[in-house]
Design a protein around this ligand. Structure first.
Ligand code: NAI
Length: 297
């Protein structure tokens, strides 16, 4: 089977949430026909409105001509029915981060799309080989991991699983470039490059705090002032959401068979249990609402 980047004209995006909507927007803006699919009609309608609003703002800011914006909107269609992806040459999945659900979706897709359609997953940490496990043709399954917010973030990790065809990795890499991104090729592994490398930043910060060496405010300040980072580890965890950061940390720790360098602290998990999830709830490692009492550190 030949998987050629040049053959890709129409792309299916499954999952119209935060990531899928961003991916569909970029694809339509750079010239691809896009079918955005979601099982939830409300999510689909909201994504369409959000995408069109963001495209309009690009015109207002002078980043896109009005006729190019109209063309981009015209290239985007939405559908709640997976069979509308039948004539796509590539599908990018951005649904819930659950292995069993992704596995059955990928197997179902094989009965809908053509034999040479590339099947990509935007998973942030699951194994590409595992996602492809129920597929008849595992060679066409690849990782294409974007970062939030997709229209602004330049990086995309392209991940070949153990069974992925080299041509599929190449075509996906070229797609990343065509979308105006800086793709980087990674091997399949828990957390790939970015989410694995980032663990050290979070867990060292958590251990420094747990040892009583310094509180979060001081660790964050030092990493920014002296280390040159834009955000400290605690600020970053509060921004991402601790209910996302903690399970990913646990998943990567387990994936590397309890490697001590990836071990987090008990407090990390207790934050989730206590509902101190970060900025989105007004309280995480920091207090964001004036009327809440300060947390002990
Ligand atoms: P989200 O919760 O905003 O959106 C997921 C969407 O998928 C929802 O609209 C839901 O209705 C839909 N969905 C769920 N199951 C479906 C199915 N079987 N068929 C069709 N639609 C279905 O999630 P988000 O944040 O966009 O994440 C999606 C994927 O992207 C996950 O795998 C996540 O790990 C990954 N990711 C997330 C990042 C983030 O910063 N949020 C960054 C990079 C990757």
């Amino acid at each position: 089977m030949v998987y050629a980047f040049d053959d890709i004209k129409k792309v299916g995006v499954i999952g119209a949430g935060l990531m899928g909507a961003g991916i569909a927007q970029v694809l339509a803006t750079v010239g691809y026909d896009v079918v955005l699919n979601d099982m939830n009609a409300e999510a689909l309608a909201k994504a369409k409105t959000d995408i069109e609003g963001r495209i309009d703002r690009m015109v207002e800011k002078g980043k896109l001509e009005a006729d190019a914006a109209a063309a981009a909107k015209g290239r985007l269609t939405t559908s709640g029915d997976l069979t509308s992806l039948a004539d796509t040459q590539m599908v990018i999945e951005a649904i819930i981060e659950r292995l069993d659900i992704k596995q059955s979706l990928f197997a179902e897709l094989e009965g809908i799309v053509s034999a040479d359609c590339i099947l990509a997953s935007n998973t942030s940490s699951l194994s590409i080989a595992s996602i492809a496990k129920n597929c008849e043709n595992r060679a066409r399954v690849v990782g294409m991991h974007f970062f939030n917010p997709v229209p602004l973030m330049k990086l995309v990790e392209v991940i070949g699983g153990a069974a992925t065809d080299a041509g599929v990795v190449d075509a996906t890499y070229e797609m990343g470039k065509a979308m105006g991104k800086e793709p980087v090729i990674a091997k399949d592994g828990p957390g790939f490059i970015v989410n694995l490398g980032g663990r050290a930043y979070y867990t060292e910060g958590l251990h420094i705090e747990a040892e009583g060496v310094a509180p979060p405010e001081q660790i964050d300040r030092i990493m920014k002032m002296a280390g040159g980072f834009r955000m400290g580890p605690f600020e970053l965890m509060d921004l991402t959401g601790i209910d996302t950061n903690f399970p990913v940390s646990t998943f990567i720790f387990n994936g590397y068979h309890s490697d001590a360098r990836l071990r987090t602290t008990p407090r990390h998990g207790y934050m989730v249990e206590a509902g101190l999830l970060g900025r989105k709830v007004g309280r995480g490692f920091y207090d964001y609402a004036q009327d809440l009492p300060k947390l002990p550190t």
